[in-house]
Design a protein around this ligand. Structure first.
Ligand code: DGL
Length: 271
């Protein structure tokens, strides 16, 4: 293989939310080629059982390994919270999830060790963030809240104004009462609502987005077992979706910060 490895980094999510993680990866590793798969035919994962999400995740990973990726980033909190052991057991390449990097960052930045986590019902019910935070910082206090309405709000672009503000006010009331100083945005869509969440919680609360922390973990891997691509022009990006790609140009502009004009449809039937 030599010192460089031109194979792409594979990234998957239940839909378009993982483009917020891809954004952090693209900006950190501009030379690396990347293949993104959004399982838009089966989104949302956040309200589905761990068993179903694991089955979908294995299918997504199989598609990406057929694209010869050198490492896999699970850019979905729900999939990361339930499917990592199965993915790691079945793939012969390194697998990076978003939960541990996010928990590590939150445990590090929280001054008092009083941390909140918001995520999908599946992520919160799995207890994955709770376990990762305790492992990072024993004695940490954790408030969790499932916020299912944030996903459709972000997808519809309702990220400012009265509606998201009221929803955030209701969801975050227990966090305010508990006096958290750090909030983990434990879902790929929530960084789009950052403005409203920051306003609701005030300047004393730090918002942690696992995308940057996940890029740190990929950086560490690229420095260790996995070779980087030799510099030579910007890395290519291919985007695949399992439903029609019609909304991808608009949604990619919002979630990725670059307009992807051509996403390809791929049929990966989950058995
Ligand atoms: N990508 C999912 C997550 O980060 C949110 C969307 C969904 O429910 O599938 O948990």
């Amino acid at each position: 293989m030599g010192l460089t490895d031109p194979r792409p980094i594979g990234v998957f999510d239940s839909g378009v939310g993982g483009l917020t993680v891809l954004r952090a990866l693209r900006s950190r590793f501009p030379d690396e080629s990347m293949v993104y798969l959004g399982d838009t035919a089966r989104v949302p994962y956040g309200t589905k059982s761990a068993e179903v999400v694991t089955r979908y995740s294995l299918r997504n990973a199989a598609f990406l390994t057929s694209q010869d990726v050198k490492l896999l980033v699970v850019a979905c909190n729900t999939a990361s919270s339930v499917a990592l052991p199965a993915l790691r057991a079945s793939l012969g390449i390194p697998v990076v999830g978003v939960i541990e990097p996010g928990a590590r960052a939150a445990a590090r930045v929280s001054p008092s060790g009083n941390v909140g986590v918001v995520g999908t019902p599946g992520t919160i019910a799995s207890g994955a963030y709770q376990r990762a935070l305790v492992a990072e910082r024993p004695g940490i206090r954790i408030q969790v809240q499932a916020c299912p309405l944030f996903v459709p709000l972000a997808e519809e672009g309702w990220v400012q104004g009265d509606v998201p503000r009221l929803v955030a006010h209701i969801y975050l009331a227990p966090m305010r009462q508990a006096g958290i100083d750090t909030l983990v945005l434990g879902c790929t869509h929530y960084p789009l609502l950052r403005g409203v969440l920051a306003e609701e919680l005030g300047p004393g609360v730090t918002l942690v987005d696992s995308a940057d922390a996940t890029a740190d973990e990929v950086e560490a891997l690229l420095g260790r077992g996995v070779a980087g691509r030799a510099p030579g022009g910007p890395g290519a990006l291919r985007v695949y979706v399992t439903d029609t790609p019609d909304r991808i140009p608009e949604l990619s502009a919002r979630f990725l910060g670059e307009r992807v004009e051509r996403a390809e449809h791929v049929d990966i039937q989950a058995g």
